[in-house]
Design a protein. Structure first.
Length: 218
């Protein structure tokens, strides 16, 4: 919690995830893989401009057309297949009813999401937390880098091990998990880059020093 408080004082609330609907969050969670968010925004705007940012429209559109719309997000042919698989899962399993989906127990729903083509742990957990408001902590590359550099995890820690570190030591609160992960991303983007910029980082004194020790780049 001290790390959270220091980042919050530095950056303030992040208002993440930027989306109007749970479906838009889910679309963004697939498209954001291996690209900057600005590219995802362009892709989502293409879908919106085509009047297709609904579950029914996306279920009926061809993979080829979808790929053209999401071209700005990169790897668009691959992502179109993954997004289509997610949409069909929502349509076939829950009849397109996201409220019904949200009523599914978290462990079972997470298992189902991980069985969808192209949906990994980070994407599944982003959907659970940001789209469905479930208290599931999202782990990404910034999380691993920051915790590793502060010697809070082993270099080869698994996704599950890192996730449990947060979920076993924090209140079970979706709003807290939401804000915490967003603050980690901001800290990673601003300070804990591949070549770190420790001066001014809100976590620089987390281990008791005024400035974090010299850290080699990844």
């Amino acid at each position: 919690m001290r790390a959270y408080q220091q980042m919050f004082v530095c950056f303030g609330p992040r208002h993440w995830w930027p989306a109007d609907t749970p479906l838009e969050v889910m679309v963004g969670a697939v498209l954001t893989q291996n690209t900057a968010w600005t590219n995802v925004e362009k892709a989502i705007e293409n879908i919106r401009a085509a009047g297709a940012l609904t579950l029914e429209a996306l279920a009926n559109i061809s993979v080829e057309t979808l790929a053209e719309w999401i071209r700005p997000s990169g790897y668009y042919n691959l992502k179109a297949k993954r997004l289509k698989a997610l949409i069909l899962f929502l349509h076939d399993t829950y009849g397109g009813d996201l409220k019904k989906m949200a009523q599914t127990p978290i462990p079972l729903l997470r298992k189902h999401l991980l069985n969808v083509h192209g949906i990994g742990e980070e994407t599944a957990d982003s959907i659970l937390l940001y789209a469905l408001d479930k208290p599931v902590f999202v782990v990404d590359a910034y999380t691993r880098r920051i915790l590793s550099r502060h010697r809070m995890i082993e270099p080869k820690a698994t996704y599950g091990e890192i996730q449990r570190l947060f979920m076993e030591h924090l209140p079970e609160d979706a709003a807290l998990f939401n804000e915490y992960h967003a603050l980690i991303v901001e800290t990673g983007k601003t300070f804990c880059r591949k070549t770190p910029r420790c001066a001014g980082c809100p976590l620089a004194g987390l281990n008791g020093a005024n400035v974090a020790p010299n850290i080699p780049p990844d």
